[in-house]
Write a protein that binds this ligand. Structure first.
Ligand code: GAR
Length: 200
C-alpha cells in the first residue's frame, strides 16, 4: 500500500473525503498522518477522530524528515494554504523527475489560480468553471494537470452557490485521481516541453 501524508489548513472536507475513500478502497493507499498549518482547523478534529498522528505547524524540514522516516510515497495537499519552496518540491521527486506532491484547486487551471478561485470564477462571469487536480511545481498552481472536471455556473446567483456545487465534485475527483497517480497507473508524454501525465 502506498503511504500518504496529507497537509491541510482549514475545514478539512477534502481530507475527510480522502480518509473515507481509503477506508472503502476507492483510494488504494494508507493515510499515515496529517500535517496542519493551523492548530485550530477542522482537519485536526477529523484526524483526532480517526486517531491519526498530527504534525502541528511543521516546517518543511520537519515534513521532509517525516517523509523519509515514515517512507511516505506522496504528499497530498488538501486545502494547504502555504506556498512550498523550490527546495521542498525538488526533494519530493521520483526517479523520473515527476513531482510527488498532489494538489487540488477549485478552478479550471490555468484560469483563476490563487485564493478564492470559486469567487474569482463567479465574479468573472464565466459560463463554466471546474476543479483541477495537479502536481505541484514551482509555479504556483502551475504544475502538470492530472484531472479536471467542469461544471456550469451561468445560472448561479453567488460564489457560495458555485462552491456548494464544486465541493462534492472535489470530494469525488480528488481521491480517485490520487489513487491512480500514487499507484503509478499513468503514462507520461511531453507537451510544450513539460511532462503531460495521463491515466494509463
Ligand atoms: C477546497 O475548495 C480546495 O479546493 C481549496 O481550498 C478548499 C479547502 O477546503 N484549495 C485551494 O484553494 C488551493 N489553492 P477543505 O479544507 O474543506 O478541503
Amino acid at each position: 500500500m502506498r503511504r500518504l501524508l496529507v497537509l491541510a489548513s482549514g475545514r478539512g472536507s477534502n481530507f475527510r473525503a480522502l480518509l473515507e475513500a481509503a477506508k472503502h478502497g476507492v483510494l488504494r493507499a494508507e493515510i499515515v498522518a496529517l500535517g496542519v498549518s493551523k492548530r485550530e482547523s477542522g482537519a485536526v478534529q477529523i484526524a483526532e477522530a480517526h486517531r491519526l498522528p498530527i504534525l502541528f505547524t511543521p516546517t518543511e524540514d520537519e515534513i521532509l524528515d517525516f517523509v523519509k522516516r515514515e517512507r511516505i510515497d506522496a504528499v497530498i495537499l488538501a486545502g494547504y494554504m502555504r506556498i512550498l519552496t523550490p527546495k521542498f518540491i525538488e526533494a519530493l521527486r521520483d526517479d523520473q523527475g515527476i513531482s510527488r506532491i498532489v494538489n487540488i484547486h477549485p478552478s479550471l487551471l490555468p484560469s483563476f489560480p490563487g485564493m478564492n478561485a470559486y469567487a474569482q470564477a463567479f465574479d468573472a462571469g464565466v459560463r463554466e468553471t471546474g476543479i483541477t487536480v495537479h502536481l505541484v511545481e514551482k509555479e504556483v498552481d502551475g504544475g502538470p494537470i492530472l484531472e479536471q472536471k467542469t461544471f456550469r455556473i451561468d445560472q448561479m446567483r453567488s460564489a457560495e452557490e458555485v462552491e456548494a456545487r464544486g465541493l462534492p465534485i472535489e470530494h469525488d475527483l480528488f481521491p480517485r485521481t490520487v489513487d491512480w497517480f500514487v499507484n503509478g497507473e499513468y503514462r507520461v508524454e511531453k507537451r510544450g516541453g513539460r511532462p503531460y501525465v495521463r491515466p494509463a
